[in-house]
Design a protein around this ligand. Structure first.
Ligand code: PRT
Ligand code: ZN
Length: 299
């Protein structure tokens, strides 16, 4: 296959999104022939190549049609969309899947000893951030005129250096804020990783593979939390047991040879099955319970 019929997918080269992105692709069945330290990975069993780049470049690569697809944090994507809009350019990337990794939030944080009196109190204050557009939109929507100090990194030390009064930065566990004596006071934007694609009409071969990949990604995301549960139960307890099975639509009920009053129940649970759930099921009369991981799922 020539290079025009091979899909190009942009992935962060080295950072928080790299491992979960590669893990997702592996689960989708992709075998890459080169290590992630190189700029490009060649899909051995799919007409898909992976470009390893800085995350900030991913929206641009799709915008400019260098790549057809990208795995990127919604924070970077929306910041880019707003930046393009400010320049009067329309974004040429579409979010096609929401992914269950890269979870974080863009938050406002003030020096720990400082009081915080709501968004209005930010009027005239200096806020350091690497996300001037997301922060700008947040402030504008609330009618607050604050000064945005755009930095390229090390935002958390800006207040100590006297460059800003507070910061607006990404947070996941909050330990970085704590280590820098900052207190989270407001969520500006909730983020997670997404799969994006170009809105450009693709040639048939590429289109088919995009469709297949999207279905596989959906399957992978679905099975992550899902479990297959099998148990025995008295027929009379079926209604109670159904209610206890987390996120399961229609369990399969199977007769047990020689036990007219008992049945086997098999169900796909789309939520994690905890010990508490099993204990509750036991309380409702279930026995011989098995919880199995699901490897693949296709609707
Ligand atoms: O080199 P390149 O430009 O590709 O990487 P980068 O340094 O810009 O990005 P990277 O790898 O740090 O993050 C990539 C993406 O991961 C971000 O755009 C987010 O979508 C997502 N993400 C998820 C995070 C975090 N969680 C996160 N915690 N990005 C950054 N952080 C920072 C946070 O700001 C803090 O400084 O990590 C630090 C630790 O966070 P705490 O709250 O757990 O202490
Ligand atoms: Zn980056």
């Amino acid at each position: 296959m020539d290079k025009h019929t091979r899909l190009k997918l942009a992935v962060q080269k080295s950072g928080r999104l790299t491992d979960p992105s590669l893990d997702l692709l592996t689960r989708c069945g992709l075998k890459l022939s080169r290590g992630k330290d190189q700029l490009m990975g060649f899909g051995e069993n799919m007409p898909l190549d992976v470009l390893f780049v800085r995350d900030d470049d991913i929206p641009d690569l799709v915008q400019e049609d260098v790549c057809d697809l990208g795995l990127i944090g919604l924070n970077v994507l929306e910041e880019k969309r707003l930046e393009l809009a400010a320049r009067g350019t329309r974004a040429r990337f579409e979010t096609v899947r929401t992914l269950d990794f890269g979870h974080c939030r863009l938050s406002l944080a003030v020096p720990a000893e400082q009081s915080y009196d709501g968004v209005r109190s930010l009027h005239g204050r200096r806020i350091a951030t690497t996300y001037p557009f997301l922060l700008g939109r947040f402030l504008e929507q609330r009618g607050v005129a604050a000064e945005i100090v755009t930095l390229s990194g090390a935002v958390e030390i800006a207040p100590r250096l006297g460059r800003a009064d507070l910061i607006c930065d990404l947070v996941s566990t909050g330990s970085t804020l704590q280590a820098n004596h900052l207190r989270e006071v407001e969520t500006v934007f909730e983020s997670h990783a997404v799969l994006i694609r170009t809105p450009v009409e693709l040639p048939a071969e590429k289109r088919d593979w995009v469709e297949r990949l999207l279905l596989r990604v959906e399957g992978v995301e679905q099975v992550k939390e899902s479990k297959y549960i099998m148990l025995h139960a008295p027929r009379s307890a079926l209604a109670a047991i159904r209610r206890l099975l987390p996120g399961s639509e229609s369990p399969t009920v199977i007769a047990l040879d020689g036990f007219p009053d008992r049945v086997a129940v098999h169900a796909v649970c789309r939520e994690n099955v905890f010990w508490e759930t099993l204990e509750a099921l036991k309380g409702a009369g279930a026995s011989a319970m098995l919880v199995l991981p699901i490897e693949k799922m296709l609707a």
